[in-house]
Design a protein around this ligand. Structure first.
Ligand SMILES: NC(=O)c1ccc[n+]([C@@H]2O[C@H](COP(=O)([O-])OP(=O)(O)OC[C@H]3O[C@@H](n4cnc5c(N)ncnc54)[C@H](OP(=O)(O)O)[C@@H]3O)[C@@H](O)[C@H]2O)c1
Length: 337
C-alpha cells in the first residue's frame, strides 16, 4: 500500500463528523482528496481547511443514494487525479424511533443512503481499482454491523448489509487474486452531529451511548487502514466487548440491553428534539466535526490503537483477561470457602 502522502482518496460524507475528521487527518499527511456530500458550502469550507493543512482537495457535491451521482464522483476523481488509491464510504443518516412509529418512506430512505450508498461506492471504486490492480475500499460501518441496538432498526439493517456485502465481495476478490483491499471500520458511539441530524420520534433529542469517542479516534483507524491491510477494525473497547458478548450469547445480550431499559434510556437526552433532520436534505451551514458531547468524549481508544490495529495481539489480550478472571474467581473462592 502506498504511503498516504502519495494517495488519492475519495471520502463520502466529508462535510461533517467522522468524514470531515478523516479528510483533515489525510490532509495533514498531504494526500489528494476528493470530498463528497450534498452540502457544497460545507464541503468548500473543508476543502479550504484541507489546503491550509497541506493537502489538495476537489469538491464533488452529490447524493450517494443516486448511482449516477456516485459513478460521476469516481469519474471526476479519475479525470482530475488519474487514479483512486483509497475510497472511504462514510456518508450516513439515522432516525431514532421504534419501528412501529417509522414510515415506510423513512425506512426506505435510510436503506437507500446507508446501504445502497455504500454498495454504489464499492461498485464505483471497484472498476478503476481493478484496472489499476491496486486500491483500498474502507467502509465506515458500525458496531451495530455485528450486533443490533434498538430504536434505529433500518440503520442497523443497513450496517449489517454492509458487513455481508463486504465479506462476499472480499472473497470474490481473493478468488480472482485481485489485490484490492476491503476493510470495515466499525465505530462504537462517536461525538458527531449524527445525533443532532437524526430524525427523532422519541420526543427528545437522541444521544450517543457512553463512553463516547472523538471523531478523530475513527479517523486514526481509517488512516491506519489506508496504509495497512486489515479485515476489520472496531473503534472503542466497549464495541469490542459487545462483539465478544454477541459471539458468546446473543440471547444473553438481548436481555442485558433491554434490562432496566438500558439501551432505551441511554440513547435519550432529557432535552426536547431540535425538530431538525437531514434525511432528505443536507444540513445547512458550514458544518462541523463534533456534535454536542465533546466535553465527555475520549480522544482515542487505547484498545483500538494497540489491539484492533494489530489483531495478532487479540489472543494474548483474551488470554490475559481469562487469567485475570480465573485468579479473581479463585481468590473469591478462598475468601468465601
Ligand atoms: N457518530 C456515531 O456514533 C457513529 C457510530 C458508528 C458509525 N457511524 C457512521 O459514521 C458515518 C459518518 O457519520 P457521522 O457520525 O460523521 O454523522 P454526520 O456528522 O451526520 O455526517 C454524515 C455525513 O453524511 C453526509 N450525507 C448524509 N446523507 C447523504 C447523502 N444522501 N448523500 C451524500 N452525503 C450524505 C452528510 O453530509 P450532507 O448532509 O452535506 O450530505 C455528512 O457529511 C455514518 O456512516 C455513520 O453511520 C457513526
Amino acid at each position: 500500500m502506498k504511503p498516504i502522502e502519495q494517495q488519492v482518496v475519495v471520502i463520502t460524507g466529508a462535510s461533517s463528523g467522522i468524514g470531515r475528521a478523516v479528510a483533515l487527518a489525510f490532509a495533514r499527511r498531504q494526500a489528494c482528496l476528493v470530498l463528497a456530500a450534498r452540502n457544497e458550502v460545507a464541503l468548500e469550507q473543508v476543502a479550504r481547511d484541507v489546503e491550509r493543512l497541506g493537502g489538495r482537495a476537489l469538491v464533488v457535491p452529490g447524493d450517494v443514494s443516486q448511482w449516477q451521482q456516485v459513478a460521476r464522483l469516481a469519474d471526476t476523481a479519475i479525470a482530475r487525479f488519474g487514479r483512486i488509491d483509497t475510497w472511504v464510504n462514510n456518508a450516513g443518516i439515522n432516525e431514532h424511533a421504534p419501528v412501529a412509529d417509522m414510515t415506510i418512506e423513512e425506512i426506505e430512505r435510510i436503506i437507500q443512503v446507508d446501504l445502497m450508498g455504500y454498495i454504489y461506492g464499492m461498485k464505483a471504486a471497484l472498476a478503476p481499482m481493478r484496472r489499476q490492480r491496486q486500491g483500498t475500499i474502507i467502509n465506515v460501518a458500525s458496531i451495530v454491523s455485528l450486533r443490533a441496538a434498538p430504536l434505529h432498526a433500518p440503520y442497523v439493517a443497513a450496517k449489517h448489509g454492509i458487513a455481508g456485502f463486504t465479506e462476499a465481495l472480499r472473497m470474490e476478490l481473493m478468488h480472482e487474486k485481485m489485490p484490492v483491499q476491503l476493510t470495515m471500520v466499525m465505530p462504537s458511539f462517536i461525538d458527531t452531529p449524527l445525533f443532532l441530524n437524526s430524525r427523532s420520534r422519541l420526543g427528545v433529542q437522541p444521544r450517543p451511548v457512553p463512553p463516547v469517542y472523538a471523531p478523530e479516534a475513527v479517523a486514526e483507524s481509517v488512516l491506519f487502514a489506508a496504509e495497512h491491510a486489515r479485515r476489520d477494525i472496531i473503534v472503542g473497547g466497549q464495541g469490542a466487548l459487545v462483539a465478544l458478548l454477541q459471539k458468546i450469547s446473543p440471547a444473553l445480550l438481548d436481555k442485558l440491553m433491554v434490562a432496566g431499559g438500558l439501551m432505551f434510556r441511554t440513547q435519550k437526552t432529557d432535552k426536547p428534539d431540535n425538530g431538525y433532520d437531514n434525511l432528505f436534505q443536507p444540513t445547512p451551514g458550514t458544518g462541523s466535526v463534533t456534535g454536542a458531547w465533546t466535553d465527555e468524549s475520549l480522544p482515542y481508544s487505547w484498545y483500538t490503537r494497540h489491539v484492533e490495529h494489530y489483531p495478532e495481539r487479540k489472543l494474548a489480550v483474551l488470554g490475559a483477561l481469562g487469567c485475570a478472571t480465573w485468579l479473581l474467581l479463585r481468590s473469591r473462592g478462598r475468601t468465601t470457602g
